[in-house]
Write a protein that binds this ligand. Sequence first.
Ligand code: SF4
Length: 419
Amino acid sequence: MPRTTEQRYSCHGCAGCCRDFTVELRPDDLARLEEQRWAERLGHSPTVEFRGRVWLRQKADGSCIFLEADGRCRIHAEFGLAAKPLACQLFPFVPMPGANGVQVGLSYACPSMIHNRGAELNSHLDDLRRLLRSLPELAEAKRRILLTGRLEASSREERDIIGAFERLIGRVDLPMEQRLDGCVWLTAMLRKAKLDAVRNERLKDLLDLLVDSFEEEIDGASPPPPSARQMKMLRQAVFAHIEDVKIGDVGRSGRRGRALRQFLAHRRFGRGVGDVGPIAAGWPETLRFEMVDRVAPARDQRQVREIDALTMRYLRSRIINGRAWGPGYYGLPIVTGLEALWLMWAATGWLARLHAGAIGRGEVTMADVEAALLRTDRAAGRAPWLGARGEQLRLAWLATGDGLRPLRRAMRLTDEPAE
Ligand code: SF4
């Protein structure tokens, strides 16, 4: 089960996942769809093949072929929950090989997860156990976790690193801003340390020392503002997180058409002036890069409280529940995975500002963070280019000097509440 006990969730039937995700099917899903005789009833196959894999067919707007006008799933309505494809039944739980069997991460591309609405996670245990029985390969998979480069981490070292970040993020006596700056600083220290010479007990000692001393080390030393090049790389990282390949789009415009659109969008995000282009359904139509600069972090007390609580739940969940490195994040080493997480959080801050600016707000609100996180978390673990060599080079470049502190700080979501 996910270890973040502060998180609650029940499905509230918003159908957001049915509109947004492309669902890959397993052989047992295909057998069930066949038994349900959809090809006969729909007059065409409910599935499509793409790059050698089989997916649920989507309508022209990208939503699932089985999504009805009232927001209900037709398979669920006619045959019950257990008749749906496994991925649909599992969402927003994300199973993966863990240190002791299967580990379950949480996706925040779900409004109920973002707003912490519903039952305690333990109440889903029986359903999860039933679903995981269909994925025996996860329990048997060999799990290899790296610290940095090719240096393999022991389970104890991974546990100690998780523990250090838990301690740091959990310092509720300190403002969230300071805790996050500490987390990014701690990651930069791990990148700089010669970890091959600091193993097991010595790594634990180093982590304890860094966590205990971080306030003094970064006290009063706000990172410098990001350079133009760092901002350009952040915008490109935003694009990498929101890029969404719908199977239907590829079919309609062909690979070349899609590649051209991607190239133009990538260049637009690199330049950072003028029209941003569309982000996703439900976003304002007019989006301009300049809007981001006009928006400040949240200062309204209620907004700050809500955003900080979400920040804490989200980042803890990514680190503790296995979605920041290793099999839950493209096999990246722990330090690189943490850097990717801080870059993703800065990208979320950038997108939240864009959303706020487009609506005419001068400060970020929880609604803007929700709109942004629904996009950026959606990509975590599902967009292979985020784990590719080019992305790792971007992270390595951004991790030099002050590391990702300038970007993370500039894109912070909240400031201390106004009195
Ligand atoms: S996005 Fe979340 S709340 Fe909405 S239908 Fe999917 S699982 Fe349920």
